[in-house]
Write a new protein. Structure first.
Length: 318
């Protein structure tokens, strides 16, 4: 294992159509029952003992936790080599600088449309202008080489993939196109959830048609240990990446575990196979016990994930 993804909350300030149903989802637990900053610190301390050096803070939306800066500071102080945070960006205008000072090395922001009205529809109320203000604040704070995730959905935003790719002509970002993944209940997981999936080969062909040939980037030249296949094209300052979880599952090379905000350590984004860390955290953390539970969780990993996940994306942290 090389990466631990930590969901600090299952709550979010958006209700994206691929993540939640129209009515929203039931929260996993009251706010007071979520893991505390000290709990997250203990889990990461155990992870460091077994060689994990990459940690990503996720949600829900991690920036809505009032103590997210404290969590980041505690985790960053444990000697990990890379601390990143994934966010919808709407609160970065006031949090980018504090997160940077707390020790966050990299940001991944999510944006599924460059059109304001469509962005609002996909997110159920999100403000695209507020997103770009957050991106600007992040750049001013020193997060210059951000990753930008785009979940591509047929009939929703698949006509914008080349427009997203063209952002890399002016910006040193990595735009990552993610095949829509049917997880839990959402607006898109209706009678035929597969209808929204756009194969990354099709996405790549659309981009090549607009920008020209793509040149692959050697994996070690891309920050982090993510699953994207990364490319650039002539005249681009940045890169484009493709995460093909549905058309080309990368289960054999998966290098991550996921911790939910209530202490469940999951072996897979899609499937069950999880252990409860809470008995090893309360009333006092037992790092040796946590390490043993890490080992149990790894043994539960499926050979290949299923076609539909059993939890909402907001509850797992992606």
């Amino acid at each position: 294992m090389r990466l631990l993804r930590i969901s600090v909350t299952d709550r979010c300030n958006l209700r994206c159509i691929y993540c939640m149903p129209d009515e929203g989802v039931d929260w996993m637990a009251p706010r007071g029952d979520l893991l505390s900053p000290a709990d997250f610190e203990a889990v990461v301390a155990a992870a460091v003992r077994i060689g994990i050096r990459h940690v990503k803070l996720t949600g829900g939306e991690p920036t809505i936790r009032p103590d997210i800066v404290e969590i980041a500071r505690r985790v960053a102080g444990l000697g990990i080599g890379d601390l990143s945070l994934t966010t919808n960006g709407l609160l970065l205008d006031r949090l980018a600088q504090p997160l940077r000072l707390a020790g966050v090395d990299r940001l991944t922001v999510s944006c599924d449309s460059l059109q304001a009205d469509r962005f609002e529809q996909i997110t159920h109320g999100g403000d695209l202008a507020q997103f770009w203000r957050g991106v600007e604040a992040a750049q001013q704070a020193g997060f210059t080489r951000m990753k930008l995730n785009v979940v591509v959905m047929r009939g929703v935003n698949d006509d914008e993939v080349a427009d997203f790719a063209l952002l890399t002509r002016e910006h040193p970002w990595t735009i990552r196109f993610i095949e829509y993944m049917p997880l839990g209940r959402s607006v898109l997981t209706g009678d035929d959830p597969d209808a929204a999936i756009v194969n990354n080969e099709e996405i790549m062909a659309r981009i090549v048609d607009r920008v020209g040939p793509l040149t692959p980037i050697e994996r070690h030249r891309e920050a982090g240990v993510g699953p994207a296949s990364v490319f650039t094209f002539e005249g681009a300052r940045g890169r484009v990446g493709f995460i093909s979880a549905m058309s080309r599952p990368f289960c054999e090379t998966c290098n991550r575990l996921r911790l939910t905000a209530v202490g469940e350590l999951r072996s897979c984004l899609f499937d069950g196979g999880e252990v409860n860390l809470m008995p090893a955290l309360r009333p006092e953390p037992d790092l040796d016990h946590i390490i043993r539970l890490f080992g149990q969780c790894v043994e539960m990993r499926p050979d290949v994930h299923s076609n539909r996940g059993n939890r909402a994306m907001s509850q797992i942290g992606g």
